[in-house]
Design a protein around this ligand. Structure first.
Ligand code: 5GP
Ligand code: ZN
Length: 114
């Protein structure tokens, strides 16, 4: 999508701090980290939000969670624990309309989130 920052990072048009990439997804360090580990995992294809995940795309979400677990292990936070978050829509706190999952770790997480 033309004006989407995450599409631009995925295509290489804009540099991103890439930590993982495969044929379907990329993972980048968040530009404004909220924890010692804060990685965004997203599809290369433009999908606006979780509301757009249908049966056909549902395996992509499983793939993203698999990548999250792999990255958590690589970052040394798998045993202590971590959080994977998707913000959907305005009240969910989504600010970039290209679906992405936050992998957060390296500190204690509060519950409930704000
Ligand atoms: P949301 O609020 O949509 O769930 O999360 C968007 C996240 O993307 C935020 O944590 C924000 O810091 C991050 N972000 C926004 N623009 C950029 C960017 O250009 N590069 C990177 N690496 N992260 C970004
Ligand atoms: Zn996009």
């Amino acid at each position: 999508m033309k004006d989407c920052i995450f599409c631009k990072i995925a295509s290489g048009e804009v540099p991103g701090d890439m930590v993982y990439r495969d044929e379907r997804v990329i993972a980048i360090n968040d530009i404004d980290p909220k924890a010692p580990v804060h990685i965004l995992i997203m599809p290369k294809d433009h999908i606006p939000s979780l509301n757009d995940i249908d049966q056909e795309k549902s395996d992509l979400v499983g793939h993203i969670f698999m990548v999250a677990a792999k990255l958590a292990s690589q970052k040394g936070i798998a045993k202590k624990g971590y959080r994977v978050v998707n913000n959907c829509g305005v009240e969910g706190g989504q600010s970039v309309e290209h679906i992405h999952f936050h992998l957060l770790g390296g500190r204690n997480m509060a519950w409930p989130p704000g």
